[in-house]
Design a protein around this ligand. Sequence first.
Ligand code: FES
Length: 554
Amino acid sequence: MGSKRHTIQLSSEDRQITIEHGQTLLEALIAAGVFLRADCGGKRRCGKCMIKIAESSRASVSQADETEAKFLGARQLAARSRLACCTEVLNDTAIEIPETSRLSPEVAQKGPTILFDKLTALKASAAEMIDGYGLAVDLGTTTIAVYLCNLAAAEVTASISVRNPQVLFGDDVMSRIGAVGQNEDLLLRLQKMVVKAIEWGTNSLCRSTRIEPGKIQTMIVVGNTTMIHLFVGTDPTSIGMFPYNPQFVEEQIFEAPKVGFRFNPNTTVRTLPLITGFIGADIVSATLAAKLSHTRPGTMLVDVGTNGEIMFLGKEGLVATSCATGPAFEGAAITYGMHAVSGAIDAVKIDGSNGVTCSVIQKDPARPKKIAGLCGTGVVSAVAELLRSKMILPDGAFNRQTDSKQLLLGDNDTPEYVLAGPGETEGDRTITFTQKDVRAIQLAKGALRTGIDLLCLEAGIERPQKILLAGAFGSYIRKKDALTIGMFPEVSEEDIEVVGNAAGAGAILALFDDHILAQANELRQSTRVLDLASHPNFQEIFIASLEFPKTALS
Ligand code: FES
């Protein structure tokens, strides 16, 4: 890479940014803070970073390669569409960023803090509590939830969800670990990004409630192990390679200015302890909020994200495991996948062999958005409906015998099911559910189900007695759809309880109750960890878990 620099003209923004000769468009756009979708973090695996090169700039960029041909096809390449992570800039260039490639300004919401809201008894002891305010932060890979809490009243005064700006470096933790591994200067940058986002959310809450930020005395932060490492500025690279060990597991306590917070130099920040590289402070927090140790043995807490974390109360105490569900349940790694924001399909209904109806998230009904893709719950709903209507078979293959007009043959003669067509979609695209998407969901649900089944096997029980479903995905998914695709063993819908953002609820509780902090440390030490990959039955159960249940077809 030389020192020669070029300009990139962003047509829709009347804005110019500069780029080093030979740098990719994605690198330049991220550096300039342009919120472009880059679900795989620039690893050429998601196809979501599509931009359009101006006719006059065709020769100013590198030639399209095989990856672009695979994701875009000949027609889109001829129309000058390119993938930003694959396109190197060789001269001054003008580009256009389609709406579908931009990160929505709207933020996907975390689930409600149901478990905290149930705890009315806490308020009875609130009189002993100190005056002032506290912040509970659930630091998610995609969304950060910030709760401003009145310590004396033991209540949440206001809350806000903020996008985790690190999504520019990928939707999942492995992409961010990889980014830091390749460029160690990024560690400080990623830390600053997340601290600024929390501070922005805090200032915004303080403004709307007219509370002086200087009154914030304490902050509890929970999140997965990688997010906690990035938050405290510790290199997470070791989490990304065998034996996947974190740099620390203990709780971290420090003064807010140490990581760059400016609202009150005396605020004490605490992160809850971690268990392993993939069993983090979020599941510790959720376990305490759900009082899992006090439930009946056989109760399982499941938090599904890009990594599935499961905590199970067996007869001999708590056992935890994590499974590599990947980003499919969050809508990433799916051809038309997206976050759960306006314009996302969140449920699908297939009637007979011809009709399909989609329910679409519309946060502002006065300004409805066209269909832009499917979020995680929409993806599960689509697979469940395709199974029920026999469009796909238990092995996941599309049923070529069907005469549905919705079933098309796409690239390489591979079937794909049309969910929405031009006229109703953003950019007049045909939004389909492809064979590759079905396979991605099979892998994701197979990984989750393997974790659940092996925990049961270890505990000597056939299936969980009760499943507590935590997290944003778990808050909005239809239980029936999850059961249809075999994400969970055959339990009744009543035995699945949605507990919302349990990690956030635990962080709020920890602000009010010092016992929670002590219990978190105890839980870290007493929880047994089940390593799935080294289990002798792993391979056999994983392969069996890839199939969809035959009962969906009866
Ligand atoms: S393919 Fe370009 S960011 Fe994923």
